[in-house]
Design a protein around this ligand. Structure first.
Ligand code: DHB
Ligand code: FE
Length: 279
């Protein structure tokens, strides 16, 4: 059976794309952010996953407000990187893994999750930048990918508890796939941020750090919060933490934190990073 080697959660701020393009990794503004990544890259180099299941939210590139699936899964041979308007460079296309995509889709539907299947899918900064951060020197992506796209954009959003269960079902799906493949689950987005409105620039360090701690020690803690509570605590775009919840709950049982970083702000966002393994 396939093996989940671990989970990584990271911020996906578009400005990171420009910083990479302009080689600003050692610039004082960016250094504390980029310095978080080498331990995770070393771990990837050691465990060598074959496939990355990417749990992220689309920002008006592949889905627009007129058609917004709650949960969507890619089942395409290739995913093209496009820019939805930030003006950041695109990256080479990503190879899909049709066998895992369809196995996950069948397993999730069997598990009573009604998902949208996408046999054609473009991916935005929330998918591309985390992979660029994790594999900065590779001229070809060393992993095949399966996009799992969560609606964190247009209300009503899935509850935290639903996302927690969805992550568990993703974990069961991957681990019931007859394959020798090694799979890493990557959640992107967050942590606290609000891009517009009266509270634009809002960041809640105390809540973010509590969330990161509880994700390891008590992952059900966050399910006690309603979506409105999460918006209040973390800002309108802070709800992207749902992607972190899913990546975490794809790991069955207890987990150990191998590495984390937290730095504020990057653009308007509290930049978080976590590497988790099952114990
Ligand atoms: C920013 C953060 C995001 O998560 C995003 O999708 C777009 C912009 C920001 O802080 O600039
Ligand atoms: Fe975002």
């Amino acid at each position: 059976m396939a093996k989940i080697v671990g989970a990584i959660n990271t911020t996906h701020v578009p400005l990171i794309g420009r910083a990479i393009h302009q080689h600003l990794e050692h610039d004082p503004y960016w250094k504390p952010f980029f310095d978080g990544f080498p331990p995770v890259r070393d771990w990837l180099d050691k465990v060598k996953p074959d496939i990355a299941v990417m749990v992220y939210n689309d920002h008006g590139l592949n889905f627009f407000l007129d058609k917004m699936p709650t949960f969507a899964i890619g089942a395409a041979p290739e995913y093209v990187s496009l820019d939805e308007g930030w003006g950041i460079p695109t990256v080479p296309s990503f190879k899909g893994d049709l066998d895992l995509s369809w196995h996950m889709i069948e397993s999730l539907v069997d598990d009573e999750f009604d998902i949208t299947t996408c046999q054609e899918m473009a991916v935005d900064h929330a998918f591309t930048l985390p992979l660029k951060l994790l594999y900065p020197n590779d001229s070809q992506w060393p992993v095949r990918t399966v996009p799992v796209c969560i609606n964190t954009v247009q209300f009503p959003l899935p509850t935290v508890n639903r996302c927690y269960k969805f992550g568990q079902a993703i974990g069961r799906a991957i681990e019931s796939w007859e394959s020798e493949a090694r799979v890493v689950v990557i959640g992107t987005g967050g942590l606290s941020h609000q891009l517009d409105g009266k509270r634009a620039g809002f960041i809640n360090k105390e809540f973010d750090l509590m969330f990161m701690e509880r994700l390891v020690t008590d992952p059900l803690w966050i399910t006690r919060f309603s979506i409105e509570d999460i918006v209040e605590q973390t800002g309108t775009q802070g709800v992207e933490l749902l992607n972190w919840v899913i990546a975490r709950s794809a790991l069955q049982g207890d987990v150990v934190k191998l590495h984390s970083n937290y730095h504020i702000p990057i653009s308007n966002t509290a930049a978080g990073l976590m590497l988790l393994e099952s114990v």
